[in-house]
Design a protein around this ligand. Structure first.
Ligand code: PEP
Ligand code: MG
Length: 576
């Protein structure tokens, strides 16, 4: 019955809360019309016009969204234009039209065929591309039907309710208009979730919006993954209080920007930023970050046909170090494979049934001398331009660190012979495989620092694919199994006296902050936009309180109990 409060539990996609009227978007179904086309020539001309319009629009959208979501995320539009122009897609559609299909049916058929091919592949990265094929197919389909872009940013402020939204559409949403987003499909680790978080639009998925009426009042709770239709005054009051606390906290962030990050009782903590290109270092500094805790160098290797040369890599690392002006910059060696595919390296890897457990990251580098030594030489050459810290991904055994040290020394000697001066640097490792956490006391004797990669540590500990939306509810960073591995790693680092940080997504989650502080992590590296929020939360807690929370959560018997401990602690923290 209309007017009675209804609650729906879905999956949290992007944090934050929105209270606003519903705006439902129903696009025309992506279905064939059937039958034979009247004129192949007319349909071909229609397709060509639509194709060009979509290519032009993608180019415009790439430019427009660079400012709101950053260059790297905006590159999705360029990637889509390339997929569209690929002979497999464009040529395939043309051929079907020549064979008598309507333009819209040819697009539908080809999209389904290529999407099916991608979704049946074992490689999770390529499987994810099925969503991109779907995205471009639907865009072209709408263009041919004369509908153009979905009207996602109409005047007003509303919660958008729709069946699903493509990443390229998510990137065009205006946070001024779209207060929140409720969809039926979409997983927490998918591309569109990352884009919505960057835009700070609260979002929930897994909710069938069929009964959400246009104009009805609704709540979108991106933290809990819940939506409420026709909320009663008490619910509205509850969420209004949450919203006003949020805006109050946001307002206070400006004053904190240039202050040192520390707990209420004066314990200093380094807050660093994660970057994917040297230019992003400026964003870290502007958000008050004091270092780069993770430069994902694999992005230098993507969207091209061959690895970057030593010179090209040297210039990128030098630029990151210089941009950080002598502050620490942790540069991670190539972490290709798994969720980060570099197509031209595929022949080195061969076909893999389980890419996440395959020849990736440090394993790939150690087996491919020229590839790795080019990167090590570039890093060593860059060492004289700042405070370089080299970090190795996916370490599972001490022998891997020893091999890298030997190779670094070999490269250093050959550079010295060439007259190139290098500066001392630190060599650290990522703890992102359970074996590394379990063996952390031995690893701590060989590494200069640890940085925990929680994205992978959670995936490998809980055996939950970080990219698979069908199991995203089981991807639980607060699981006591994960917390106990964090505690074990922290104890080993402290016993050996080495620096301890974290650079996975958990570092920027306020819920998890007491866990890290309580266990002794002193460097937290995250997306730069999250830095001010974490600094603010940090300044509210004491070390003793954080310890209490961390140890209680890790001692829980299961994931939901641990989450409850962390949630009530976060509420307690904000109540003061
Ligand atoms: C991680 O695994 O937590 C991490 C920081 O590395 P990536 O997300 O690049 O795998
Ligand atoms: Mg990782």
């Amino acid at each position: 019955m209309d007017g009675e409060e209804k609650r729906f539990q879905g999956v949290p996609i992007s944090a934050g809360v929105a209270i606003a009227p519903v705006r439902r978007i129903v696009s025309s179904p992506f279905l064939p019309r059937g039958g034979e086309a009247r004129s192949a020539a007319d349909e071909l001309a229609l397709f060509e016009r639509a194709f060009q319009a979509v290519i032009d629009r993608l180019g415009e959208m790439e430019k427009e969204s660079e400012r709101s979501i950053g260059k790297e995320k905006a590159s999705i539009f360029g990637a889509h234009a390339m997929m569209l122009a690929d002979p497999m897609f464009k040529g395939g559609v043309t051929e079907l039209i020549r064979n008598g299909r309507w333009a819209c049916d040819a697009i539908y058929e080809k999209t389904m065929e290529i999407r099916g091919l991608f979704s049946s592949l074992p490689d999770p990265y390529l499987r994810e591309r099925a969503a991109d094929v779907d995205d471009i197919g639907r865009r072209l389909f709408r263009e041919v039907k004369g509908e153009g872009d979905l009207d996602l940013n109409a005047p007003g402020r509303y919660i958008l309710v729709t069946d699903e939204i493509a990443p390229s559409e998510a990137a065009t949403l205006s946070p001024e208009r779209v207060a929140g987003l409720i969809t039926r499909a979409g997983g927490a680790t998918s591309h569109y979730a990352i884009i919505l978080s960057a835009l700070e639009i609260p979002a929930v998925s897994g909710i069938d919006g069929g009964i959400f009426r246009d104009g009805a009042n609704a709540v979108c709770d991106g933290q809990k993954g819940m939506a409420v239709l026709d909320p009663v005054p008490a619910t509205v009051g509850h969420y209004e209080r949450k919203l006003s606390a949020f805006f109050k906290e946001k307002e206070g962030l400006k004053d904190l920007r240039d202050k040192a990050a520390m707990t209420k009782d004066g314990l200093p903590v380094e807050l660093w930023g994660n970057i994917a290109s040297p230019d992003e270092a400026a964003g870290v500094l502007s958000q008050g970050g004091t270092g780069v805790g993770l430069f994902r160098t694999e992005y230098l290797f993507m969207n091209r046909d061959a690895p970057p040369s030593e010179e090209e890599q040297y210039l990128a690392y030098k630029s990151a170090l210089e941009n950080m002006k002598d502050r620490p910059a942790v540069i991670r060696t190539l972490d290709a494979g798994g969720d980060k595919q570099v197509p031209y390296l595929a022949e080195l890897v061969g076909s893999e049934a389980n890419p996440f457990l395959g020849l990736r990251a440090i394993r790939l580098c150690l087996q491919n001398e020229p590839l790795f030594s080019t990167q090590l030489r570039a890093l060593l050459r860059a060492s004289s331009h700042g405070d370089l810290r080299i970090m190795l991904p996916m370490i599972s055994d001490v022998s891997q660190i020893r091999q890298v040290r030997e190779r670094l020394e070999k490269s250093r000697l050959s550079l010295a012979e060439e007259g190139v001066v290098t500066r001392p640097y630190r060599l650290g490792i990522m703890i992102e495989i359970p074996s590394a956490a379990i063996m952390s006391s031995e690893l701590a004797r060989e590494a200069d620092f640890f940085s925990v990669g929680t994205n992978d540590l959670v995936q490998y500990t809980l055996a939950v694919d970080r990219l698979n939306s069908m199991v995203s509810s089981l991807y639980e960073p607060w699981h006591p199994a994960v917390l106990r591995l964090l505690k074990m790693t922290a104890e080993s680092a402290s016993a050996a006296g080495i620096e301890l940080g974290v650079c996975g997504e958990m570092a920027g989650d306020p819920l998890m902050l007491p866990v890290f502080i309580g266990f002794g992590f002193r460097e937290l590296s995250m997306s730069p936009a999250k830095l001010p929020w974490i600094k603010s939360r940090l300044s509210r807690m004491t070390e003793a309180w954080a310890k209490d929370v961390a140890f209680s959560a890790a001692a829980c018997a299961g994931a939901s109990e641990a989450r409850h401990v962390l949630e009530t602690s976060a509420e307690e923290l904000m109540a003061y």
